[in-house]
Design a protein around this ligand. Structure first.
Ligand SMILES: C[S@@+](CC[C@H](N)C(=O)[O-])C[C@H]1O[C@@H](n2cnc3c(N)ncnc32)[C@H](O)[C@@H]1O
Length: 248
């Protein structure tokens, strides 16, 4: 590795442990989300999603929510603004540094929030491991599974695997709230489609785009019934929001 690259990596690692206090929250200094370097935008992006989620479920003190691919706890911070007394929030991610940050700056201060690292392969986020472990969560125990910008970085085989896993850990009647790149009249699945959204994709799995019927078929085949579909609902990333309910 070149010296400049090594310094860059060490600098990023140092930053990734650091935090900034903002309106009573702790926020990560180095952020993995595109276009969310400003604190207000970062927090607002999470609060808007929590508000959207509340159209589909009440975030009460008996509610259990699973944030799969939780990253640096962006949604957790949104919940701390809108629903700090939620029954249980459980964040899972394959990036160990993100999970360590969340344990240190969120879990330590909020006993109803916990974060778990899983060493799962992802060609973009964790290429060095080969495993794909089952979700470390109890069957039929969650009311909501939230996945923001996670299936946007996964190919079909992983999406099918995790939909089945999420179906297993949700209660009957529980919902999945998923954002992904989904469009009509495109191939069933494509990694980094050229000129998609007028943006350049760089590196493995930067933007994985699905065709609408194909993606909804995966959701339905995993045992979910569609509740809501809004194309490019997330203005910043142009990701579509799919909400579906576990029916049996
Ligand atoms: C674009 S980031 C989104 C982070 C977070 N959901 C948010 O909205 O801020 C995608 C996240 O998914 C995680 N991820 C990807 N594949 C995963 C897997 N197989 N298991 C757990 N986490 C995964 C990555 O490590 C990364 O933190």
């Amino acid at each position: 590795m070149k010296i400049a690259q090594l310094f860059k990596r060490l600098f990023h690692r140092k930053l990734s442990h650091q935090t900034r206090r903002y309106k009573g929250l702790y926020l990560p200094l180095a952020r993995s989300n595109e276009g969310l370097s400003g604190d207000q935008e970062y927090v607002n992006s999470a609060v808007e999603q929590v508000d959207d989620l509340m159209q589909f479920c009440e975030l009460k003190s008996n509610m259990h929510i699973l944030d799969f691919g939780c990253g640096q706890g962006r949604l957790a911070n949104g919940l701390l603004v809108r629903a700090p007394n939620i029954g249980c929030y459980y964040g899972i991610d394959t990036n160990e540094e993100s999970i360590n940050w969340c344990k240190r700056w969120i879990q330590r201060y909020h006993s109803n929030f916990s974060f778990i690292h899983v060493a799962a392969h992802n060609a973009r986020y964790n290429p060095s491991v080969n495993s794909r472990p089952e979700l470390p969560a109890k069957a039929n125990s969650f009311d909501v599974a939230f996945l923001n910008s996670v299936f946007s970085h996964m190919l079909t085989d992983d999406v099918q695997f995790y939909l089945t896993q999420l179906h297993g850990v949700l209660r009957i009647g529980g919902i999945i709230y998923v954002t992904a790149f989904i469009e009509k009249d495109v191939p069933p699945v494509e990694e980094n489609p050229v000129d998609y959204l007028g943006r350049k994709s760089t590196g493995a799995l930067h933007r994985v785009r699905y065709e609408k019927s194909f993606f909804l078929g995966l959701v339905e085949n995993a045992g979910f019934s569609l509740v809501s579909y809004i194309n490019q609902k997330i203005e910043r990333t142009k990701q579509t929001v799919v909400v579906a309910r576990k029916i049996a």
